[in-house]
Design a protein around this ligand. Structure first.
Ligand SMILES: CC(C)(COP(=O)(O)OP(=O)(O)OC[C@H]1O[C@@H](n2cnc3c(N)ncnc32)[C@H](O)[C@@H]1OP(=O)(O)O)[C@@H](O)C(=O)NCCC(=O)NCCS
Length: 403
């Protein structure tokens, strides 16, 4: 029977879908049902072994965007990829992902992104590593940041629009950061391990989006996890952002005030979080690699048009793309950038060549175009590579040197 990719029907498919996901992630049926209810069945896709058959694989679509160059570029995040244990090893996941990508491209959505449990599967359909996720841990009683007298208060549901506005101002200029949808906001406030408490800092701000002349300039969502042996606890920060120095310092000092009973503060982010350099002494910081996240360009023209560019940059890049899964992206493109706006049009000389992995990696900027050529993900002359690097600036961080 040919495999079929379709929407899921909660009336008939619940049992099979729950079974696939329980085996995929070793969770409980109850936990999976809750997850699906929060995620929305309309975002679930399944593979059936023939028309009308029971689902043997699942995929969850999470519509949102990534900021690049200060502008949101639409993406469909992918989660809940699972294949029933008895159906594995015969190309079902590859079929599921390929069809999922075709659907995303049909909707003219620029990108798709995900956290991979196995990189191989997603590389096969054109994703490449575009960012990182690390666990940062810092002893709470070592947070010596001095906050001033800025008031901090518990957040309420009514604060959510202002919290989101604060996040957007904080995240917009960090390439790859999410322009979050409801799915991600829910996970920030109610992570799987338990709900978080929110706290906000407000400052006078005579600006249009301020509420009564005050504006939320920083917030934190955190959860305390008690160690039954020591009686002390960890402070698990699920989200923290600030748009002024005062708010940033106040939030860190606030976490430090848990220090009489709290041991470590734990937070997941990239190599660095913009607030952490405010910690006076990074000596106690431990950082553990968790995962790469991966990106896939699903619509070349939309991806280039939606992202932002430096307004002073004027550049032209001729590139030849190979895309097996989405052949409409294959072939020659001229990428033009002027006055902060980009476009991709058909044609050109094909000075550079890459497949979708190289394109995703260049677009994402985890490595520079020069690094990508060294890795064999991109081909072309020095000048052509430099031009690509100018329009999709890489984000090199960290040193291999010590001095
Ligand atoms: C990972 C999983 C989805 C793969 O499903 P599958 O139907 O067996 O995968 P496919 O047969 O379509 O494999 C496609 C490619 O991925 C590779 N692949 C699949 N599982 C892999 C694994 N665990 N490790 C490395 N490569 C893997 C295959 O070798 C194949 O590559 P090839 O084209 O070179 O042969 C399935 O094992 C599963 O449900 N696992 C548990 C849940 C999970 O890990 N989900 C992913 C969350 S991101």
């Amino acid at each position: 029977m040919p495999l079929v990719y379709t929407s899921a029907n909660p009336e008939q498919d619940t049992e099979a879908v729950v079974r696939v996901l329980v085996h995929a992630f070793a969770g409980t049926a109850e936990g999976v049902r809750e997850w699906l209810a929060k995620s929305g069945w309309e975002n679930l896709r399944v593979v059936r072994d023939g028309e009308g058959a029971t689902p043997i694989a699942t995929l969850l679509r999470i519509p949102m965007a990534h900021y690049y160059g200060g502008k949101p570029v639409k993406t469909v995040g992918i989660a809940a990829v699972g294949v029933a244990p008895e159906a594995r090893g015969r190309g079902v996941a590859k079929f599921l992902m390929s069809e999922g990508l075709r659907e995303i491209a049909r909707d003219r959505c620029a990108l798709s992104s995900l956290y991979p449990a196995t990189t191989t599967l997603y590389r096969r359909v054109g994703y490449e590593q575009a960012g990182t996720n690390f666990e940062h841990q810092y002893p709470v009683d070592s947070i010596a940041v001095k906050g001033d007298n800025l008031a901090i208060r518990a957040s309420t549901a009514a604060d959510l629009p202002a919290i989101k506005a604060c996040y957007e101002a904080f995240a917009r200029n960090r390439d790859g950061a999410l322009d979050r949808g409801e799915y991600i906001w829910n996970r920030k406030m109610t992570p799987r391990d338990g709900p978080c408490s929110g706290f906000v800092v407000e400052e006078d701000a005579p600006i249009p989006d301020a509420c009564d002349g005050r504006r939320i300039t920083g917030y934190v969502f955190l959860r305390q996890d008690r160690n039954p042996v020591s009686g002390r606890h960890a402070v698990l920060v699920s989200d923290i952002a600030a748009v002024t120095t005062r708010a940033a310092r106040r939030l860190l000092a606030f976490i430090g005030e848990f220090g009489s009973m709290a041991e470590n503060m734990t937070f997941l982010c990239g190599q660095i979080h913009p607030l952490f350099p405010l910690l006076d002494e990074p000596r106690g910081l431990t950082v553990k690699f968790k995962e790469y996240w991966m990106l896939r360009v699903t619509d070349v023209a939309a991806a280039v048009a939606e992202r932002g560019y430096h307004p002073g940059l004027s550049a032209e890049v001729h590139i030849d793309v190979a895309d097996e899964v989405l052949p409409q992206n294959s072939g020659r493109w001229v990428l033009r950038v002027k006055g902060g706006v980009g476009s991709a049009e058909r044609g050109g000389r094909g000075d550079l060549c890459c497949d979708t992995r190289g394109l995703a990696a260049a677009f994402g900027g985890l490595l520079t175009a020069t690094n990508l050529r060294m890795l064999g993900l991109l081909g072309g002359s020095d000048d052509a590579v430099a031009a690509l690097q100018a329009i999709f600036p890489g984000n090199p961080v960290g040193h291999c040197d010590f001095f």
